[in-house]
Design a protein around this ligand. Sequence first.
Ligand code: NAP
Length: 281
Amino acid sequence: MKKLYAVIGNPIGHSMSPIMHNDLFSFYQIDASYLPFQIKSEDLKDAVDGFKAIGIGGFNVTVPHKTAIIPLLDEVDELAASIGAVNTVVNENGRLKGYNTDGPGFLKGLQAFMSGAASKKILLIGAGGAARAIYFTLAMEKPEAIDIANRTVAKAQRLIDDCPYSVKSEACTLEEAGRKLGEYDLVVQTTSIGMAPKIADQPLDLSNIKKHSHVCDIIYNPLETKLLQDASNRGANVQNGIDMFVYQGALAFEKWTGIFPDVERMRENVLKQLGGLHVNR
Ligand code: NAP
């Protein structure tokens, strides 16, 4: 019987996950379909109960349900529990188990470009949901330090205080981070600044950036944010958010099927779709 997979969120209309996963199911000749469902917060429990009743294979979870879903699941893996957010659920013999593949997806995407985070001095810009997953995952890699710059510094400090993995970290303002930018080997931008349609904005001044540092913006629409253009013009290596998106999806697909999929195929598929998005805007 055909298996069902899904992504739930609100809104969900622009999710690229259905096209990405349906292409993989067809490519690997797996009899399954992946559908988007727009679920209101007050309907989340009913949606999860319904998925369980019909024997869903698994589903992705996106904004605003990544934290609210935790008490509705039968089990949550250690990393997802410590982050406090689930983006992938697997039906394991009738029990729904939650995972977080955002942080590990970011790390895998990063490793495709550089040797990893160990012994690097890192600046994380932003302290929202995505930053939390990335910070906890990077902390486990034991870098020299991970400082967090955020508009609301108290939120950056809370993230540091909440992290169960020990790493040297300081919270600071975006302006302070701009002044000491020359210290960092890796800069990871996780705020929504620079995202379409406000593509002319960037979170901080890059005048002091270290040449040959690696700058990663997890935004992928536009593919090259103002920050990445500026960093590239100043001699940094740059990477957009496509890798994180594709690898978080690849890790979810692997948990559901046991197959680690062809990420190049996934990337091309997403890029094709984003081309369409740009034309529409
Ligand atoms: P979030 O939890 O709402 O966090 C938003 C962050 O942006 C916070 O640090 C917030 O600062 C900051 N921010 C927002 N507007 C700002 C402004 N005008 N000035 C300064 N700071 C501002 O969002 P999220 O879920 O972490 O997502 C953040 C971005 O990551 C989005 O663009 C999303 O599309 C992208 N993302 C990409 C992937 C991927 O796979 N590539 C995955 C997840 C998310 P305050 O704390 O001060 O409010």
